[in-house]
Design a protein around this ligand. Sequence first.
Ligand SMILES: [Zn+2]
Length: 262
Amino acid sequence: MKHFFSPLLFAGLVFLSACKKETKASPVETEVNNHKHWSYEGETSPEHWIEIEKDSDCDGQRQSPINIIDINTTAVDSAKTLNVLYSPETILNKVENNGHSVQFDFDAGDSIVYKNETYHLKQIHFHEPSEHNINGVKYPIEIHLVHQSISKKLSVISILCTEGQESQLFEFLESYLPIGINEFKEINKVVNLADLFPEDKSFYSYSGSLTTPPCTENVNWIVYKQPIIISLEEVLNLKKNMPLNNYRNEQDLNERKVYLNY
Ligand SMILES: [Zn+2]
């Protein structure tokens, strides 16, 4: 009998101490709870991010997004820079609404080699309208495909969307919407992201940052020059599930160069 009751008693104590921990917040937890969270509007909009996230890079000199102006780019040979190694067998794990965007998370499988370093696809998410402008033009949707290397370096592929005929891939992705803030849905289905890329594989590249706090710099940006086509309904469906205007304004280029990779 003694052996039967002891584990129960132990589990009870663990449970009680866990409850106690949750109700009594430490000064650090209180600080976090009182901390204003960044957003895309009002007092917590992008202009205020550096006041909210004081230790972030949001006031840095190498920030994203930017306005890419064709005549100011330097032409280079893309064959030496980027190799997209996406597999038609990659598993789309889940979709989540983090309150800033709709995000699809992937299992390991898709990767890119950028400047001789391998980066693995982690997640894709959306901005409405686009964050990057091309020759001053904003697009209805921008997709960010976030890749990370073993040493935690980041490369983000940006694909711009224009309106026209519907996209089968968007139809599939959006079949998991609507999704409420802080909700997620398991998907666990094979998806071929090759369909997400435009026919013309030329792209712009530059060194920038995350476009959301902490605005971390030294992110490799790969922005495809040709937009893909999705339908107006597909744009509106995404828009309904994200904060209005979830984009950051263009940032100064400063001393940076933008390359056009053919
Ligand atoms: Zn993004």
